[in-house]
Design a binder for this molecule. Sequence first.
Ligand SMILES: Nc1nc2c(ncn2[C@@H]2O[C@H](COP(=O)(O)OP(=O)(O)O)[C@@H](O)[C@H]2O)c(=O)[nH]1
Ligand SMILES: [Mg+2]
Length: 308
Amino acid sequence: MGFFDRLKEGLAKTKAALVDKVTSIMTVFRKIDEELFEELEEALIQGDVGVETSMKLVESLRKEVRARGLKNGEELLPVMKELVADMLGSEVEPLMMAPSGPTVILVVGVNGVGKTTTIGKLAHHLKEDRGLSVMLAAADTFRAAAIDQLMVWGERAGVPVVAQGEGADPAAVAFDGVKAAREQGYDVLLIDTAGRLHNKVNLMEELRKIKRVIQKEVPEAPHETLLVLDATTGQNAVQQTKLFKEVAGVTAIALTKLDGTAKGGVVVAVCDQESVPVKYIGVGERIDDLQPFDPTAFVDALFATGKV
Ligand SMILES: Nc1nc2c(ncn2[C@@H]2O[C@H](COP(=O)(O)OP(=O)(O)O)[C@@H](O)[C@H]2O)c(=O)[nH]1
Ligand SMILES: [Mg+2]
């Protein structure tokens, strides 16, 4: 299956929960009136687009209806598609790369969102699709299993992993990783971190310490702080973005588990409200199930007609 079909298949439930509902409201012979706008707003909110963004979308739709003199419900769908596309942005946003030396990417996010899995997939993508040499650092030292899991992904992707034992200082592991990547001439270092720290202050201190320590080796590091979000958590993903922006200075987002969730509408909310670019999306558990986020392809897949 090609890239676009996999995306379309992954988004099937979101499409059913969001676009198919919206479409069924915008039926033929239905007059455009206030009731229709209200139903649309409700459907968008139900589809995890978020209250604020849903209201904004419907307001823009009202304006377009007036400006274009639309009368029929069925005329609304292409307009809605345009408005959603505008919110998602027009281009694929590439990862920031260091002009020289290793590009250091610090991967953050709460427990279970898919950080380690995303690192494995990203390592594979950067290596196979972009020809870059990649190294991983296991700075989630909470449990031995977390370190082992990253090792397994390292093996799958065919990239080395820098690790210490369970309970080691995460900043020390990150430092070892940056040093090894620099000395051995790796293009990219991906640092896995823990998301279990029980409060905001702890989390902030730990991430700050990691940054401070790696900057001794590479002053511009991290070049990206990649926040991993789980699409199945819907609006919680928006809350997590706010939190991590505050504690870690997030520069990019990877949104996972878009396959099998009906809550993919959250992508629109995150893009509209958080001013941090979504750079990758996860559409499954396999190594090649990470895609650079292409807003145009995403909207096309979401609004595509016909079954996969
Ligand atoms: N269906 C699906 N599952 C995913 C995706 N990304 C991660 N997962 C699963 O989510 C679970 C938690 O992932 P993990 O990487 O351990 O999360 P971490 O705690 O943030 O490191 C694992 O079972 C992964 O296989 C995705 O894009 N789609
Ligand atoms: Mg993990």
